[in-house]
Design a protein around this ligand. Structure first.
Ligand code: AMP
Length: 360
């Protein structure tokens, strides 16, 4: 079984690693060979719009997938002449544009923050008039890890936000005064088999995921999240892992965004679930039976952003699983690795989380 993975970041690397025990051969595509994925499996290098090279990658594969959300949809669509591409490129097209994404949520009856498209400065004033303050101005496309966002707390912030982001298509969202952030990971195979992981509770710092804990046991929220994410799967006959991030406000879920791929908030599943999100993504896109998504215990995951702890220090923490993505260059805001612990109780897990956080 041969899988072509467009984008060779840490997500692709963990996909390839999950494939090895199953005899799944991965081959990457990225601009440079010295990438987290390129260190663990063969890689073809080229630009993401070089259709000739992309097609040659797809030609030898049973299925094509991607680990990066900004792959041009047209490139993936062109590869479909040679191998199926999952998740479906048209879902990626929706996820790449915050306005299309929130419109999809609204069409499916999924609650979202109040939002309005903003192209001109006058649109921003009108959006603030309608939705109110505080809010967040975001670029519709190419925003990730808190980039391309400006908080608008009061009128005096409007000019600065417009100066920072104005000129490209934007969306203004009402600020959600949330108590918690949760994500739900779903997986659906080419055969229509569907499974959901338990809800994960996430903490972000400066727009970047800092830590996750799972399972987050909240029966009513789990049911509601599964219903909502199930509606998205159903709309597209979706194939692969799909992650949806929610805010919890007044006990209700409000959808923030979706990612049609494996997701950082699911890294705990490598050691903390019976089948990891990476293995289940591969099983799903290859039409294999899905593995159980049950939690094996209580897991916590901490991201190492900008700096990795010395292995000697990290590995001294009892039960810690260290993941170093092999990135040669440490830059502020860059995810370099993560660590996970799995404990028998939620209380022990929370104590272990404290130890992980102190490694940063
Ligand atoms: P995003 O890139 O949309 O996932 O935003 C990154 C983080 O910024 C989220 O995980 C939240 O912590 C925060 N954030 C984004 N949008 C909102 C919003 N409408 N209300 C409150 N917080 C938000």
């Amino acid at each position: 079984m041969k899988v072509a993975i467009v984008g060779a970041g840490q997500l692709g690397r963990m996909l390839a690693l999950a494939g090895y025990p199953l005899g799944i051969e991965s081959r990457f595509y990225d601009r440079s060979a010295d990438t987290p994925g390129g260190q663990v499996a063969p890689i073809v290098t080229g630009e993401f719009d070089d259709l000739t090279r992309l097609r040659s990658l797809a030609r030898g594969a049973d299925v094509v997938t991607f680990d990066w959300e900004n792959v041009p949809v047209e490139s993936l669509a062109a590869m479909r002449a040679f191998a199926p591409v999952y998740p479906q490129p048209r879902v990626l097209g929706v996820a790449q544009d915050r306005l299309l994404e929130k419109t999809l949520f609204r069409d499916l009856g999924i609650a979202t923050p109040l939002f309005a498209p903003v192209d001109l400065r006058s649109d921003l004033d009108a959006a603030i008039g309608r939705i109110g303050l505080p809010g967040i101005l975001k670029t519709r496309r190419f925003g990730y890890d808190g980039k391309g966002q400006a908080r608008i707390r009061r009128r005096a912030d409007v000019d600065a936000a417009w100066q920072a982001l104005g000129g490209e298509p934007l969306i203004y969202e009402g600020f959600v005064d949330f108590t918690r952030e949760l994500s739900l990971l779903a997986v659906r195979s080419t055969k229509g088999e569907t499974a959901f992981y338990p809800l994960t509770e996430n903490v972000h710092e400066h727009g970047i995921l800092a830590s996750s804990r799972a399972p987050c046991r909240a029966r009513a929220l789990q049911k509601s999240a599964e219903r909502q994410v199930g509606a998205i799967l159903g709309r597209y006959g979706y194939v692969g892992v799909l992650a949806v991030e929610f805010f919890v406000a007044r006990g209700r879920l409000i959808a923030n965004e979706m990612a049609p791929r494996v997701h950082n908030s699911g890294h705990w599943t490598i050691e903390g679930a019976e089948t990891s999100q990476f293995e289940n993504h591969l099983r799903a896109i290859l039409g294999l039976p899905l593995g159980s998504t049950r939690a094996r215990g209580h897991a916590a995951m901490v991201n190492f952003v900008g700096r990795l702890p010395a292995p000697r220090r990290a590995l001294a923490v009892n039960g810690l699983h260290l993941h170093d993505y092999g990135k040669r260059e440490a830059r502020p805001g860059r995810k370099l690795g993560h660590a996970t612990v799995v404990e028998a109780s939620a209380a022990a897990r929370d104590r272990a989380l404290g130890r992980l956080l102190r490694l940063r």
